[in-house]
Design a protein around this ligand. Structure first.
Ligand code: UDX
Ligand code: ADP
Length: 463
């Protein structure tokens, strides 16, 4: 089968960039991205592509090139499903906040809704691709919904997990380490796999496109994220030991990273990992292991999360302790709110938890982030349900200028590794602050020696 029409349900951080790149690289394929969220689609269609709802370096240029040619954004979900041969499901799968598996397992209601909608609309055979990160065996659930519609339409379900990291989505999509496609081992399943392989082969070398059975593909995604997150929790665990012993975690990371078996990436100690994937995927893994009675396996991976929670709390505790055990009514400035640089995404950002802890200690938090809006920061805090929205808005002041944000602060805390922070006039910032001026670098991006020479009391992670 030759694919000429693709529909993607979900115009978020995964669906948006992925479809933009497919459309750019495959001008012969018409790609329609649909979403229930009308504002989101309106923003994707904004005549000025600088205003698209997701910030990723290089994305607005690609959208400018392909949009209206073979890339379309729409709220007409049914029409797009009806016309497409391949339907990608890229909807969100938040962790359940209620009922069985609360706080652990992914809420699949959006996925199920998609499956039901596809089942209702489809009049011809279709390939359905799971793109969202999903618990293992979701494909089976989707299949069972689709196969029981009774209208005789045949569906092939493929798992095609996304490995892009936010902030580098476009380069990751253009030059992926690998593409993974899982499907049934039946002849029909193999045909579907090969149709999707042909789409990616427009720009990805064939030997980087792996095909597996569905469950291997689903589990590989969870495993990859668990391994990556584990490296961060491992180095963060060492950062605490470094602080006690006088070692420097940056030096340790460099020394171990030069061992080619370990490698240098993902060894940056930080205030803790965030993002929509790591925690959710590990919790899914833990839940799956438990549901098979594999308690040791579950406990092993859960420790990665426990360490990460500890690292976030340890960071806020350190701020309080250093500021003479009280931050009440003190101005603490946060530089950065996003969970990493080069994205406006804040899901599970460590910053949210640090802010929450410090607001509990009655600090006044000022924030500057180059890409995150005030409303997003406030809704992140409200989501924790620690206090009323009104109290959150009183405790948090958002600035559009970093120097204003830092003026009169007792302490500054770097929470996101935005490159621009290293370029600031730190002398000027120091001069405008209360003394002693404290700087807590939760990302180890600034030069301790230079800041100490200015007069700052500098505290990085793990030194
Ligand atoms: C991750 C995976 O990398 C990606 O393959 C998958 O598709 C989705 O989940 P993402 O969450 O977008 O991507 O970003 P990533 O770069 O992995 O960073 C996750 C978190 O770890 C961030 O908060 C980041 O700041 C933190 N991190 C990363 C560290 O603290 N130290 C590091 O060395 C690397
Ligand atoms: P991700 O990071 O996985 O891309 P996002 O939350 O950024 O997650 O995007 C998921 C998108 O999916 C949201 O814009 C949401 O409105 C959309 N969505 C969820 N369920 C449906 C549905 N049944 N039909 C269409 N869009 C949906």
């Amino acid at each position: 089968m030759k694919i000429t029409k693709i529909c993607c349900i979900g115009a978020g951080y995964v669906g948006g960039p992925t479809m933009a790149v497919i459309a750019q690289k495959c001008p012969h394929i018409e790609v329609t991205v649909v979403d229930l969220n009308e504002q989101r689609i309106k923003d994707w269609n904004d005549p000025n592509t600088e205003n698209i709802p997701i910030y990723e370096p290089g994305l607005s240029e690609i959208v400018a090139e392909a949009r209206g040619r073979n890339l379309f954004f729409s709220t007409d979900v049914e029409k797009a499903i009806d016309e497409a041969q391949v339907i990608f499901i890229s909807v969100n799968t938040p962790t359940k906040t209620f009922g069985k598996g609360k706080g652990m397992v992914a809420d699949l209601k959006y996925i199920e809704l998609c499956a039901r909608q596809i089942a209702k609309v489809a009049k011809e055979n279709k390939i359905v691709v799971e793109k969202s990160t999903l618990p293992v065996r979701t494909a089976e659930a989707i299949k069972s919904i689709l196969d029981n519609t009774g209208n005789g339409v045949q569906f092939q379900i493929l798992s095609n997990p996304e490995f892009l990291a936010e902030g580098t989505a476009v380069t990751d999509l253009l030059n992926p380490d690998r593409i993974l496609i899982g499907g049934d081992t039946t002849p029909e399943g193999e045909d579907a796999i090969s149709a999707l392989v042909d789409v990616y082969a427009n720009w990805v070398e064939k030997d980087k496109i792996l095909t597996t059975n569905v469950w291997s593909s689903e589990l590989s995604k969870l495993t990859a994220n668990a391994f990556l997150a584990q490296r961060i929790s491992s180095i963060n665990a060492m950062s605490e030991l470094c602080e006690k012993t006088g070692a420097n975690v940056n030096e340790v990371a460099k020394a171990i990273g030069m061992d080619s078996r370990i490698g240098p990436k993902f060894l940056k100690a930080s205030v803790g990992f965030g993002g929509s994937c790591f925690q959710k995927d590990i919790l899914n893994l833990v839940y799956i292991a438990k549901s098979y009675g594999l308690n040791e396996v579950a406990d092993y991976w859960e420790q990665v999360i426990i360490m990460n929670d500890h690292q976030k709390r340890r960071f806020s505790n350190k701020i309080v302790q250093t500021l003479y055990n009280t931050v009440a009514d003190k101005k603490i400035t946060f530089l950065g709110w996003a969970f990493k640089k080069d994205t406006n995404d804040t899901r599970e950002s460590a910053t949210i938890y640090v802010a929450d802890d410090l607001i509990n200690e009655q600090a006044n938090i000022s924030v500057y982030d180059p890409k995150v809006s005030q409303s997003k920061m406030l809704s992140d805090l409200d989501y924790l349900q620690t206090r009323s929205s009104e109290d959150n808005s009183k405790a948090l002041t958002v600035f559009g200028d970093p120097y204003e944000a830092c003026k009169g602060a007792h302490a500054i805390s770097i929470l996101t590794e935005w490159d621009e922070f290293a370029t600031y006039d730190w002398q000027k910032i120091y001069d405008s602050m209360h003394k002693p001026a404290f700087l807590f670098d939760g990302r180890n991006i600034l030069e301790a020696k230079e800041l100490e020479a200015i007069g700052f009391v500098y505290k990085g992670i793990g030194s």
